[in-house]
Design a protein around this ligand. Structure first.
Ligand SMILES: Cc1cc2nc3c(=O)[nH]c(=O)nc-3n(C[C@H](O)[C@H](O)[C@H](O)COP(=O)(O)OP(=O)(O)OC[C@H]3O[C@@H](n4cnc5c(N)ncnc54)[C@H](O)[C@@H]3O)c2cc1C
Length: 457
């Protein structure tokens, strides 16, 4: 099956078959039922209204495609400055040498659905009381309904001593960026030859794909074993959380893997800064004893560092007043929405999903795949003057790549219970599986570019 799949993907990439033929072939070969991909259910509405979508990434483009297909007479404007659409989950695979950089992006213009107006600019202000958006060139864009999907902002400046333009300096790397992922791969290969101390961190804010920092750590470890240089490197993983992973079904095996592979885990630790000249990372261990927060600063020398910067909602979202005002989702400005309907409680003509949405689940494109049909149907209900009925259950997925060839496919809901959407029920999904690796490496990317972004399931 895998050879057949590779063949179809190659044909599609070379333009020898179109998207429709690709899915037909996949379907005929039984691959689609294996992956759980289905054509979006037929649905249509005569609802009218000016829809503005801010941000054309995973969530915004998928919403544009769905709404364009489901509305009889759509009036959709998408605002996004990018020339490129990146498949960000592929950054981890670039950083481990599995994908070539050019495999993870396409031209944005080819994904703007026919009939959708594209304003190629950045939103600088949003006034929800006046139903208008202002772009960086001061164009005012009025709307009746707003889809708020600008993703999140990476706050590079919140790690002292390094910033976006200096990524790679002092061998400090980050895969949360396209160029950064490419530099990481070069650095991992060199590190495997020279050996030394490797440090890996996550961060204390919600961040996209919470599994990514763990994946790149385990992949480095496996890479050095494959290069027969494992004994030359020591690896340590630092997490700002009080546990390595917070979905109990998957945690025991993950902990075992770190132990088996001799990668110590340090809990409740935040990276504060990096001295790239001295190759020294500065941390804080934060623990609460009774009512008291005890902060212990310490530092460690490194030869290779992979760090994760803090993340938040974009500044213009903070300034719009649409964020949560209290609770754990308020501090970083995540958009206030009902966690089931994804509708803003104060402004019922605004719906938000994707990384910027303030919902208590993981920020992943897998989550977006499930949010889109709910958000699109609920927006249409609001346009029809009806109450939103569709409910999102918090589904998110994080394929944790544990080595070159295996993945623990973590799928869960708001209750942190396993919620299997891919038909792997016959397998023990709490453990690493080869089939899940095939899904991660060969299937999820075409599903993203040729399925999800085109408004398919
Ligand atoms: C290293 C890495 C690994 C990952 N691994 C996985 C994984 O294994 N599985 C998984 O499911 N997910 C994974 N993800 C997460 C996934 O990529 C994101 O959750 C997803 O892309 C978020 O989609 P989004 O539409 O909310 O934001 P994005 O896709 O980031 O899109 C946001 C869009 O908004 C635009 N924008 C931003 N600001 C403005 C503005 N002011 N005005 C107009 N437009 C604006 C941007 O140009 C962009 O096009 C990973 C991400 C990274 C970085």
């Amino acid at each position: 099956m895998i050879n057949q799949l590779k063949q179809y993907v190659n044909k599609l990439e070379r333009g020898e078959i179109n998207r429709r033929q690709f899915f037909k072939l996949m379907s005929a070969a039984g691959i689609l039922s294996f992956t759980g991909v289905h054509e979006a259910k037929a649905f249509s509405s005569k609802a009218k209204g000016r829809i503005v979508i801010i941000g054309g990434g995973a969530a915004g483009l998928s919403m544009a495609a769905r709404l364009n297909r489901w509305l009889d007479d759509p009036d959709i404007t998408l605002i996004d400055p990018s020339d490129r659409q990146y498949y960000q989950p592929g950054f981890t695979l670039i950083a481990s040498g599995v994908y070539q950089p050019d495999e993870v992006w396409k031209e944005q213009k080819t994904y703007i659905p026919k009939g959708v107006k594209w304003i190629k600019d950045t939103v600088k202000a949003l006034d929800p009381a006046a139903n208008k958006v202002v772009t960086s060139d001061n164009t005012i864009v009025p709307y009746d309904f707003l889809v708020l999907t600008p993703g999140l902002q990476i706050n590079w400046h919140k790690v002292e001593g390094i910033d976006y333009n200096r990524l790679g300096e002092g061998n400090a790397h980050c895969i949360y960026d396209f160029e950064g992922a490419q530099k990481t791969w070069k650095a991992i290969q060199a590190f495997s030859e020279t050996g030394g101390q490797g440090l890996y961190t996550d961060t204390y804010t919600k961040h996209k794909c919470g599994g990514a920092p763990k994946k790149i750590c385990l992949l480095t470890e496996d890479y050095t074993r494959k290069q027969k240089t494992r004994e030359k490197v020591s690896l340590d993983f630092f997490t700002a959380s009080k546990q390595l992973y917070d979905v109990p079904y998957y945690t025991p095996r993950l902990l075992e893997i770190y132990e088996e592979r001799n990668v110590p885990i340090h809990l409740n630790v935040r990276l504060k800064g990096v001295d790239t000249l001295a190759k020294r990372a500065y941390f804080e261990k934060r623990e609460t004893k009774g009512d008291e927060l005890i902060i212990e600063p310490f530092s460690r020398e490194y030869d290779f560092l992979h760090f994760t910067p803090p993340m938040s909602a974009p500044d213009f979202v903070f300034e719009s007043g649409l964020s949560w005002q209290e609770g754990s989702l308020a501090i970083d400005g995540w958009v206030m929405v009902d966690k089931e309907t994804l509708v803003h409680p104060t402004y019922s003509n605004i719906i938000s999903l994707g990384d910027v949405a303030g919902v208590p689940t993981s920020k992943t494109s897998a989550a977006i795949r499930m949010q889109v049909p709910v958000a699109a149907k609920n927006l249409i209900a609001l346009m029809e003057g009806k109450a939103p009925q569709e409910k999102y259950n918090g589904y998110a997925a994080c394929p944790i790549v544990t080595d070159y060839g295996h993945v623990i496919l973590c799928e869960f809901d708001y209750n942190k219970e396993p919620d299997t959407s891919f038909p792997f029920q016959i397998l023990d999904t709490s453990k690493e599986q080869w089939l899940a690796w095939l899904l991660k490496v060969y299937i999820l990317k075409p599903m993203y570019f040729y399925g999800m972004l085109r408004g398919r399931a």
